[in-house]
Write a protein that binds this ligand. Structure first.
Ligand code: 5GP
Ligand code: ZN
Length: 115
């Protein structure tokens, strides 16, 4: 399947992985909109949160816990951060493979697009 994030998850496209386990990988966003901008994605191809079902409950929880741990590792947990899922076109989602944005490293705007 021709999916950019599948290629990253299965290492067809080499990127520095910040985290990997049986369900997810995490890596830096190529166009960071805040000083710390990390994407946590499932290894399984799922287009968006709208396509997830009850069988993905463990995966959904894992993504959030990995984001939390990366926030601690990157030293932004104390000040706080933002976790963001864009969902389909009205949500502004551009890459059709589920990804959780971990955004931090400063006070953020309430404007969700600029973070
Ligand atoms: P979306 O708008 O779908 O929520 O976010 C997609 C994100 O993926 C954007 O922040 C964009 O910068 C990031 N992105 C797109 N292509 C690549 C890539 O090839 N590598 C990395 N590391 N990030 C990417
Ligand atoms: Zn995919």
């Amino acid at each position: 399947m021709d999916c950019l994030f599948c290629k990253i998850a299965n290492k067809e496209i080499p990127v520095e992985l910040l985290f990997e386990d049986d369900l997810v990988v995490a890596f830096k966003d190529i166009k960071p909109i805040v000083p710390i901008h990390i994407l946590i994605i499932p290894k399984e191809h799922i287009e968006s949160v709208a396509d997830m079902s009850d069988k993905h409950e463990t995966l959904a929880g894992r993504m959030i816990m990995v984001a939390k741990k990366l926030a601690e590792q990157f030293d932004i947990a104390g000040g706080g951060y933002k976790l963001l899922f864009r969902v389909k076109s009205n949500g502004g989602q551009e890459v059709p493979h589920v990804h959780l944005h971990l955004l931090g490293g400063g006070k953020m705007s309430e404007n969700i697009r600029v973070a």
